[in-house]
Ligand binder design. Sequence first.
Ligand code: GLN
Length: 427
Amino acid sequence: MAAVDYPSPVKFASRLKDGRALAEDVWSIYNVANLPADCINLGQGYMNFAPPEWVRKAAEEALDVVAANHYSHPKGRIRLRQAIKKVYDPQLHRDLDVEKEILVTSGANEGQYSVFTAFLEQGDEVIMFEPFFDQYLASVTFNGGVPIYVPLHPPANASGKFSSDEWKIDPKELRAAITPRTKMIIVNTPHNPVGKVFTRAELEMIASLAKEHNLLVMADEVYDTLVFDGKEHVRIATLPGMWDRTVTVGSAGKSFAATGWRVGWLIGPEYIIRPTLAASTRIVFCSNSPLQEAAAAGLEQVQERKFFQTQTAEYAERRKVLTDCFDTLGLPYTNPEGSYFILLDISRVKFPDDYAFPQSVLGRGRDFKACWFIALEVGVSSIPVSEFYCIEHANIGEVYARFSFCKDVDTLRHASQRLQNLKQYIV
Ligand code: GLN
């Protein structure tokens, strides 16, 4: 944990430490601002291309409408809630009530935070699969919850390419993690950082435990439009009896290459959405208004434009540029069935111990140093995966670096050429 290196006459709250928020987060350490200007950024997952032109245009038009520059209803703008309904009704096999079952949030993060605020009592346990998106830990602990980690196991002795589907949960470990204090389970599919798309059978297993133990399921499906190879994205909310205990999380940032817009949404039964609305109203009051209008325009048109189909094909091509590169390098890696991340096994990448590492990467997993070294020597940044593990299990994650392929093909080709220079450091 990084020490505070400035005077602090008034003590800050201990929840920052509990939420692992004091150690500098990976997004800040491997931020382009800290790396050489010509380093290619495959670290933090955001695009180097703009949202589609017709969605951007809708954003501009919204700015010209006076009302769209002001507060929205805390539930979200009605046009966006209706657009969400249009897209999700057929997928969830429901007739969603836009007043009671949909809530627009300031990004998926804030939505999830508000669910925790609404549902967690001090000491309530929340199960998350490791590796987990790091924001969950702070969001749970800031709200008095206790994270409980259940590992996703990579295949033993993997060499070369292996499918994200080979990362598996052990149902016995999941069952053993459930206690009388367990309140919620987070199911992130497609998964960040593994790229796993949970199968129907896996989700049925989780669903049956959730029903048996009366758990709320947070279905973080922000990468739902990015599923490859004809794999089926199953929404756990559609499994028998699961609508009643699931909140499904979506994101305009991921769907429309607009990660800075901070527009997300929650879908679920009234008894989940209503208290979450109460929390969200008191946290942010409402979300960014003009960009809600633009996200609505996006969702309204995706079907006729076949936008998600085209976008997925583009991402599959981007994925291939990087997987071809890793095939040539000969290091084991996970071929993701969804999301836009690839985990590369960097355990055979050697670097000098006395390399000029910044303070921020010292005292962390080996992968923090490896990612820094690769960024500076090879010129491509990535994210150390031990950040997605609890401190006790960081050694499992430090084998991997996460590379994002939400970049244009030329940039990825350029990055691939540079990454061939890793060969000299592989033993
Ligand atoms: N979800 C994105 C990623 O995993 C960004 C995370 C963040 O910046 N907090 O790269």
